[in-house]
Design a protein around this ligand. Structure first.
Ligand code: FDA
Length: 306
């Protein structure tokens, strides 16, 4: 049943008619639990609030289905305005971006050009950091190649490694000497068993190994998970191996386990919240429901209150 619901929400997340309708409705039906508003001003207000609780942030301007050059360029412009607003507000927050939003499916050159504009702006606005989220397997290798290209000129960029992929240990090794700041995650997309472990237990085991590998290489890790087993594993590992607390951070999504986020910050760990915003919230919202169908109950409550 859970798998059925998961596939259903993943299917809905890709539906363009519903995406367009959701843009018109605005942030309703429980989505505001996971999305911090539609404008930059609303997002900054949320970040300020989270900062007050001792939480660092990364902002993600939501966007789906970019097919035209103008849309990709507008998306990059919006990222730049967001970096400027972060700097002006003086909040502790960096930026997360997706290469498909910046035109990767149109042309690699367009996408790299947009990334360069964003990274230049990040430098200009307080030497901020920009992370490239990792999308599905079809974009994985190109994303890593683009990262390597950007690392020749920029030190304020990083990406994400997904533990469900067989290739990830080799990718960490490949990036080792570049001292790149990596976010390590389990992986969110539906992938074939030819490229990814189908069983959760294997993914969890590989996740632990990748965390260990990257931290023992001496590189900075952002460990993005809501899973207490993994969090406890990290706490033990850093204790045993004497890894300093400024070599890693935990990350969680906005609206998921907010109390746990504050607890970890109070325990003295760096804790960063991934804060999505924008009017293109529909696909993101459906993917959160797919991840944890238990959230549906919450959404239904929101529906009846609306
Ligand atoms: P998992 O889903 O395996 O859950 C394990 C346990 O965590 C559960 O049994 C429960 O105890 C607890 N838990 C999980 N969700 C909960 C909830 N809603 N409420 C209460 N408890 C909960 N993926 C990707 O492919 N590319 C990317 O770039 C990113 N980026 C990213 C950034 C950040 C900040 C996060 C947190 C995640 C991502 N991801 C991602 C998503 C990631 O790959 C993964 O799909 C989700 O984090 C879910 O996996 P978990 O590690 O949280 O545990």
């Amino acid at each position: 049943m859970e798998q059925l619901l998961r596939n259903f929400f993943l299917y809905l997340s890709k539906n363009m008619t519903l995406t367009a309708a959701a843009r018109k409705w605005g942030l309703r039906f429980g989505a505001s639990r996971f999305v911090a508003g539609e404008t930059i001003a609303e997002a900054i207000a949320t970040v300020r609030d989270l900062n007050r609780k001792g939480l660092l942030c990364t902002l993600d301007h939501l966007g789906e289905f970019v097919f035209r050059v103008e849309e990709a360029n507008e998306s990059a412009d919006y990222c730049i305005r967001t970096l400027e607003a972060i700097h002006q507000a003086g909040v502790n927050c960096n930026l997360s971006v997706k290469l498909t939003q910046l035109g990767l499916d149109i042309s690699r050159e367009l996408c790299v050009g947009n990334m360069r504009r964003i990274l230049d702006a990040a430098k200009r606005f307080g030497n901020n950091f920009v992370r490239i989220d990792m999308e599905d397997y079809a974009h994985n290798e190109t994303t890593l190649e683009i990262l390597e290209e950007l690392l020749r000129d920029y030190d304020n960029v990083g990406t994400v490694i997904q533990a469900y992929l067989y290739k990830s240990a080799a990718d960490i090794e490949r990036l080792k000497e570049k001292r790149v700041n990596l976010r390590l995650v389990k992986g969110a997309y539906k992938e074939s068993p030819e490229v990814a472990w189908p069983d959760k237990a294997d993914v969890d085991e590989n996740y632990k190994q990748l965390i260990r590998q990257h931290l023992l290489n001496g590189n900075y890790a952002a460990i993005a998970t809501h899973d207490d087993n993994i969090i406890n594993y990290v706490k033990q590992l850093v204790e045993q191996e004497q890894i300093p607390r400024d070599q890693f951070e935990f990350q969680m999504l906005y609206g998921i386990r907010p109390q746990r986020q504050v607890e970890l910050a109070k325990e003295g760990y760096r804790m960063r919240v991934y804060v999505p915003f924008g009017n293109d919230w529909y696909g993101y919202f459906m993917r959160r429901l797919a991840e944890r169908p238990a959230n549906v109950a919450f959404v239904l409550k929101g529906l009846f209150k609306a």
